[in-house]
Ligand binder design. Structure first.
Ligand SMILES: *Cc1c(COP(=O)(O)O)cnc(C)c1O
Length: 392
């Protein structure tokens, strides 16, 4: 589907793949059109160590297997692996590194990922350097002899800077680094990092991919045979697997991903344009707007932006609190990517675990508000913002 607005075209047959790939009814004796939910933890063997496809549900489960294949297909990858949460997937990635090795991460990342790298991985001898990768000149000079992996989020969270994936991948390849892109914010519908040179795509499926705010889950996708074998080994050995029921739910959510993302994109642009013209707003950070400093880079690598973006209110922490508590339709809550609109204050909520100096450097101030624009009517959302502004 061509968009004609300078973004990449939407991926071909995306919704078709989400609905049909690996879900042929003929594979089941029952000919079930909806892939069955198999809750059994164990599977009968013909003879000792002689089994059909599955032996034990941590190492493999039919419902999870369907989801993993769909996830791989949607990213144009060979292999998908589902984990008990987004951070569970990141934990498995850390298992690719040995004690004494080093990773480079973008500096403006999900707060929980920052905490995992700097508070947990470090205990196992894995060191992290946080680098502003939205300026590619910062990358190469931070690579050390023991650097093994580079982690990026684009757009970054919550300040919405854009990282040029192709540029990072060229340098990563030169130095033999594994490039991982956390694609939680955009999903495989709007960005396909493997096509831009990434080795692994990482997800919190909790957000847009499931889209219904009722499952916590993560995933890794790759086309690299060796990395897949290692990550599959880690998924089973570390035991960070999701339940079959949750896999069933996420697979159902993926059926409407294309539709949902188009609506999130449309709604978030309408809300962002409204905010950009509001006298009580200092600045809007939305990579889909021409005012965004890296809008051109963003257009080059994506099909558009999702419903999540940030803006600065004029005022102070009290203004933010008054604004956030007077919203009626936007729910004050962490997370993003569901059908319902959410709002939050990163400095004291999602990014409270980021050290204060880094928050300051990144611009995560007490007036930076993050929105997850949902699938409600845009007019209703704007009316809600308007009534909250009037009370300030
Ligand atoms: C939520 C989130 C995560 C962590 O995922 P969980 O499913 O909550 O463990 C990682 N990265 C990004 C960008 C996120 O938004």
């Amino acid at each position: 589907m061509s968009q004609g607005d300078g973004f990449l075209p939407y991926p071909k047959s995306f919704a078709t793949q989400a609905i049909h790939h690996a879900q042929e009814p003929e594979q089941w004796d029952s000919m079930a059109v909806v892939s069955p939910l198999v809750t059994s933890t164990t599977f009968k063997q013909f003879g000792p160590a002689d089994f059909k496809s599955y032996e034990y549900s941590r190492s493999g489960n039919p419902t999870r297997n369907v989801l993993e294949q769909v996830l791989a297909k949607l990213d144009n990858g060979k292999y998908g692996l589902a984990f008990s949460s987004g951070l569970g997937a990141t934990t498995a990635l850390l298992g690719l590194l040995n004690s004494g090795e080093h990773l480079i991460s973008g500096n403006d990342i999900y707060g929980g990922t920052n905490r995992l790298f700097n508070k947990v991985a470090v205990k196992f001898g894995i060191e992290t350097t946080l680098v502003d990768l939205s300026d590619i000149r910062n990358f190469e000079k931070n690579i050390k002899k023991n650097t093994k992996l580079v982690w990026i989020e684009t757009p970054t969270n919550p300040t919405m800077q854009v990282v040029d994936i192709k540029a990072v991948s060229e340098i990563a390849k030169k130095h033999n680094l594994i490039l991982v892109v956390d694609n939680t914010f955009l999903t495989s519908y709007l960005l396909r990092p493997l096509e831009l040179g990434a080795d692994i795509v990482s997800y919190s499926l909790t957000k847009y991919m499931n889209g219904h705010s009722d499952v916590v889950m993560g995933a890794l996708v790759t086309s690299n045979d060796q990395l897949y074998e290692k990550m599959k080994f880690l998924q089973n050995s570390m035991g960070i697997v999701p339940s079959p029921f949750d896999c069933y739910q996420v697979n159902r959510g993926l059926k409407t991903l294309a539709l949902r993302m188009e609506k999130h994109k449309e709604n978030s642009l309408l809300v962002a344009k409204y905010l950009e013209n509001h006298p009580k707003v200092e600045k809007v950070l939305h990579p889909g707007l021409p005012s965004h400093p890296q809008h051109e880079t963003f257009k080059k690598q994506t099909c558009g932006h999702s419903g999540t973006f940030s803006f600065y209110l004029k005022g102070n922490i009290e203004t933010s609190k008054a604004f956030l508590t007077s919203l009626k339709m936007f729910t004050l809550a962490e997370s993003l990517g569901g059908y319902e609109s959410l709002v939050e204050l990163p400095s004291v909520m999602t990014h409270a675990s980021v050290p204060p100096e880094l928050r300051k450097e990144l611009g995560i101030s007490d007036t930076l508000i993050r929105l997850s624009v949902g699938l409600e009517e845009a007019d209703d959302l704007i009316a809600d913002l308007e009534q909250a502004f009037r009370g300030l």
